[in-house]
Design a protein around this ligand. Structure first.
Ligand code: ADP
Length: 491
């Protein structure tokens, strides 16, 4: 069969298609930005037809850049922005409303009405009751689009997250499926029984006939219709972006952690066959289902990751661009006692104080611009460390390494500091396209393109490794300073 895998990376800001070869090397990339719609304050939407046509467009472009045809492609793997909700008419194939994006907060009031079910929802789905997840977004569409509920009751409407939509489109409606990792982000899926939950669907008045069939993350789902990509191509893997990154980072063993340093930071820990319920404000999710076995994960996020660096640039105007923070922070030996607690949108896990706001503390006359820039980078590492600690406590797993990716992971100062503060090795793969790579691996394992995980471990490029070089006393003092600073907000 073909010598290449085509990965679809249907992200939040752009859609990309990447062609990988057997050595996990990138052969070509094509990318297109997505139009963001903000119809009201706090609302975020995408046009599902644009999502589909752009994704198909970049796939054709990536194949053409690589100089390959459908017959050269072994299979397609898909990864996507999670939770984003699309409802469409199965007869016309047209969406009945825009895609409601994961960031959209319009259903906060629906969540409030469900607060007495919080525990039940957490127990079954592993998630916190929150507008972030798909369930209340589906309800909103059914309640607000004229005629939607009647059509849904008559079995004419279908729901899907973005991978479901792409697969339905690619197969011209032959397959209405969702992979287990994406299903686990809907807040309608029981992650223990691996079935849609009737009680939650009834509570939200969501007809189960709308829901896609849950399938494993690595299996041949079907073929793309032959006219789209110059011939049929097997679709053989799918996973939500964070889970795909966990897989693409080769976090195959229990206890393995990856962190993506983007606008926010997303940490996932492979917890093996056990769905661990967090005592520290993390969510439990399905990493992937493969070969009849489920790998669960603990997930935690930091709201202000790279966004803090954007704030230094755009609001404080302390820097001209993000990359220069590495050099500027290294001009001083420490932050001179200064800490930034970037609770801009409240304090998240493990503190959970949504009404908190941020502080800069420890200011004296000697604190200069470089100290503040350094304190901002350090704040990212302390927040990540708090989540790593929560994961250690919940899972009882020791952590010896964090595998990293995302835009800010190129910052060597930040990576070294993370290694020092968390006292672990920080491993940055040379191929930072881990999300798309994870989707490619899932597809390639289903078809035999890669034989097994061992084969993948042998196939991939090198890593840059940062090892701790700070003594324990200094680490403890710095962490105490951070904890005391957070404590100011907890009073
Ligand atoms: P997203 O996928 O969330 O859009 P990216 O993975 O593209 O984010 O990362 C972009 C973020 O990383 C921005 O918030 C930016 O401020 C930050 N960033 C980019 N390069 C650096 C750098 N060299 N040092 C620190 N932060 C950086």
């Amino acid at each position: 069969m073909g010598n290449y895998i085509l990965a679809f990376d249907a992200g939040t800001t752009s859609e990309r298609a990447i062609v990988f070869d057997k050595n996990s090397a990138i052969v070509s990339v094509a990318q297109k930005e997505i139009t963001q719609y903000y119809p009201h304050k706090g609302w975020v939407e995408h046009d599902p037809m644009e999502l589909w046509s752009s994704q198909l467009g970049v796939a054709v472009e990536a194949m053409s850049l690589a100089g390959i045809e459908a017959a050269d492609v072994d299979s397609i793997g898909i990864t996507n922005q999670r939770e984003t909700t699309i409802v469409w008419d199965k007869n016309t194939g047209l969406p009945i409303y825009n895609a409601i994006v994961w960031q959209c907060r319009r259903t906060a009031s629906i969540c409030e009405t469900l607060s007495s079910y919080r525990e039940m929802i957490r127990e079954k789905t592993g998630l916190e009751l929150d507008p972030y997840f798909s369930a209340t977004k589906i309800k909103w569409i059914l309640d607000n689009v004229p005629g939607a509920r009647d059509k849904a009751d008559a079995g004419q409407l279908l729901f899907g997250t973005v991978e479901t939509w792409m697969i339905w489109k690619l197969t011209k409606g032959a397959r209405h499926i969702t992979d287990l990792s994406n299903a686990s982000r809907t807040m309608l899926f029981n992650i223990h029984t691996l079935t849609w939950d009737r009680e939650i669907c009834d509570l939200l008045d969501i007809p189960m006939s709308m829901l896609p069939t849950p399938v494993e993350n690595s299996q041949i789902y079907g073929e793309s219709a032959k006219d789209y990509l110059g011939g049929p191509i097997r679709i053989a893997g799918a996973a939500g972006d964070q889970q795909a990154a966990l897989f693409g980072q080769k976090c195959f063993q229990k206890g393995d952690i990856k962190n993506t340093y983007g606008t926010g930071c997303f940490l996932l820990m492979n917890t093996g066959r056990d769905p661990i319920t967090s005592e520290n404000g993390l969510v439990t999710t399905i990493g992937w289902g493969k070969g009849g076995e489920i790998t669960y994960a603990l997930e935690g996020s930091v709201f202000m990751g790279g966004a803090l660096i954007q704030w230094l640039r755009d609001e404080l105007r302390l820097i001209n661009n993000a990359p220069e923070t590495e050099e500027l922070a290294s001009k001083v030996d420490n932050t001179n006692g200064c800490y930034i607690v970037p609770a801009f949108t409240g304090l998240g896990a493990p503190y959970w104080k949504p009404e908190a706001s941020g502080i800069i503390c420890g200011l004296t006359r000697g604190v200069n611009r470089y100290h503040i820039i350094r304190a901002a980078l350090d704040a990212i590492t302390y927040q990540v460390n708090d989540i790593v600690d929560a994961m250690k406590k919940d899972s009882h797993n020791p952590v010896s390494a964090i595998r990293v990716d995302g835009g800010a992971s190129v910052n060597n100062y930040l990576m070294q500091m993370q290694s020092n503060i968390s006292n672990v090795s920080v491993i940055r793969p040379d191929c930072v396209e881990t999300t798309a790579l994870g989707a490619a691996y899932l597809a390639g394992l289903a078809t035999g393109f890669w034989k097994d995980e061992e084969d993948i471990l042998n196939s991939s490029a090198g890593d840059t490794i940062f090892n701790p070089n700070m003594d324990a006393k200094q680490r403890e003092e710095l962490i105490k300073g951070w904890t005391d600073s957070v404590g100011i907000l907890l009073k």
